[in-house]
Design a protein around this ligand. Sequence first.
Ligand code: ADP
Ligand code: MG
Length: 245
Amino acid sequence: MQTIQIDRLNKHFGKKQVLFDINLSFERNQMVALIGPSGSGKSTLLRHVNGLNIAAEGDIRINGLALLSKGRLSKNVRQQRAKIGFIFQQFNLVNRLSVIDNVLIGALGRLPKWRAYSRTFTEAEKRQALLCLERVGLVDLALQRASTLSGGQQQRVAIAKTLMQQADIILADEPIASLDPESAKIVMNTLQNIHQEDGKTVIVTLHQVDYARRYCPRTVALKQGVVQFDDATTLLSNAFLNQLY
Ligand code: ADP
Ligand code: MG
């Protein structure tokens, strides 16, 4: 069963084409690295899977349902996005809120803003948020302000938020690019645990190929908007990587 199916995706920004005829499918329960030099289109590709970018040409299906079809976004984009967690390089937490409140935001799904703001959380949701924080090893920090946490801890809160959201796909765009090696390892271990224990599909863009080798059985490599490699990570050769970067 395919979780994500991308067919003939071509993306232009103005006159500049940045993705060329992308055809990729991701099965349920895979952990995949997306690598390639800066500007190769990794973020743009991930953002299409979440409907944040829209290409004029191509089809994307999520769990069998059209998200993008012939350049048009599905009417059900909100429901489909609810199943997809997105993790950013800069964590994207609300700094002035507590850690647990940041996780609870995950429960809002994709409510329109005017409804989200008037929403109060139930005791059951608060218990659930604490369980999500326990999964990432941060339950003790639940009541602290998000801004007091280290980068690695903030990224784990962002992961807990996707658990609260009950996303079955996690798209992580350079989740460890701003972290020191020790924090990067903890964040990657956390993503891997969630992938393995909950069977989530994880696509993670990475700068360092070492992390792809350590954590991701499959790698997709992009260069100038073209897929150059899509295979088992163990098959990445140094010769290939030298011409990629
Ligand atoms: P990567 O994530 O691999 O570094 P990006 O997907 O961010 O690459 O960018 C791919 C190309 O698309 C780059 O040339 C970038 O300048 C261009 N690009 C990305 N976003 C926009 C945008 N919103 N408007 C115009 N050009 C963009
Ligand atoms: Mg990027």
